[in-house]
Design a protein around this ligand. Structure first.
Ligand SMILES: O=C(O)CCC(=O)C(=O)O
Length: 303
């Protein structure tokens, strides 16, 4: 089947449409070929697939362990390994993000089946985070490489679900560096003051959505999209008023690795609570929790 695949690039930055493959019949060799294409193009679009839920899940399992959404309820479907979003139930992901970055091990890949979409509108955009990093000036690249950022699930009403990741991560397969902060889940640069963090995060999240790093895709029902969350972000254009329903399988987890350890200590100073700015409270909570976990791990190892 792999020789029959026709691959058409969709923009200079990322994305390819793939025809000549039936995702419902993919075996290990085809899955390997798809994986290779994904590393090359970062986002793949497979039109006219219409997979059943079982076929969708089986396709996803070729790429790793699957997980439903940790915080959001499915709109219409009960299935542990599929996550469903319906526009009529408020499910429109209209902020740039990569998936589940508030977890220690965020999503690796997402595979989305477009079930229902408006005739026009509701396009999805993806942006290439390798390019967003590579096009920064050398001083800013160097600064970002030494920083980490706090991500949380506040958009799901769970700000206590937090994790810290490097601002620049290294892809475990390609070895390339990419920017890993996003406007939806990233709250704070750990090593900077609140104000400095606001400025830098504001700059980076606008920069990484520059048109020149993106591709925009117009959907048809039955199309399947697959993207690598380690080196892309995505955004849905909220410009429609018809129903739009997607189902996604999510391949979980590796822990993002930076270029090295953070180069500076966290800005927040938990040892002087009286002087703590309200903006540092969340970071202090995270750091306190991390210190407690490290301490209890250490005691377990000593016992
Ligand atoms: O609906 C889409 O096109 C993208 C959905 C999305 O943002 C997500 O699955 O994280």
């Amino acid at each position: 089947m792999t020789e029959k695949m026709e691959v058409t690039r969709l923009s200079a930055s990322l994305g390819a449409e793939v025809r000549g493959i039936a995702l419902g019949e993919v075996g290990p060799a085809e899955a390997e070929a798809v994986r290779g294409l994904l590393h090359e193009h970062l986002v793949l679009l497979f039109p006219e697939q219409h997979p059943s839920v079982e076929e969708h899940v089986a396709f996803g399992r070729h790429f790793g362990e699957l997980e439903g959404h940790p915080n959001l309820q499915n709109a219409f479907l009960e299935h542990d390994e599929i996550f469903e979003l319906a526009a009529s139930k408020g499910g429109i992901a209209d902020e740039w993000h990569s998936d589940i970055t508030f977890r220690d091990e965020p999503s690796v890949l997402s595979i989305l089946h477009m079930l229902k979409c408006p005739d026009v509108g509701g396009d999805t955009l993806w942006a290439n985070m390798y390019r967003a990093y590579e096009a920064l000036s050398a001083p800013l690249q160097e600064l970002c490489e030494g920083l980490t950022a706090l991500h949380d699930a506040a958009p799901h009403g769970k700000p206590e679900d937090m994790s810290v990741h490097p601002v620049v991560r290294v892809h475990p397969v390609t070895g390339r560096k990419s920017l890993f902060v996003n406007e939806h889940f990233t709250r704070r640069i750990v090593e900077l003051s609140h104000r400095e963090s606001e400025l830098l995060l504001g700059y980076l999240t606008r920069w990484l959505a520059s048109a020149r790093f993106t591709v925009r895709y117009r959907w048809r029902p039955g199309t399947v999209a697959m993207w690598d969350n380690r080196c892309t972000q995505h955004f849905v254009l909220n410009d429609f008023d018809a129903e739009r329903v997607i189902q996604r399988v999510t391949v979980m987890g590796d822990r993002p690795e930076g270029v090295g350890p953070p180069r500076w200590a966290p800005y927040a100073r938990a040892e002087n609570p009286a002087a703590t700015s309200r903006y540092d409270l969340q970071l202090n909570r995270f750091l306190g929790r991390r210190a407690t976990t490290l301490e209890s791990n250490r005691k377990r190892e000593d016992a």
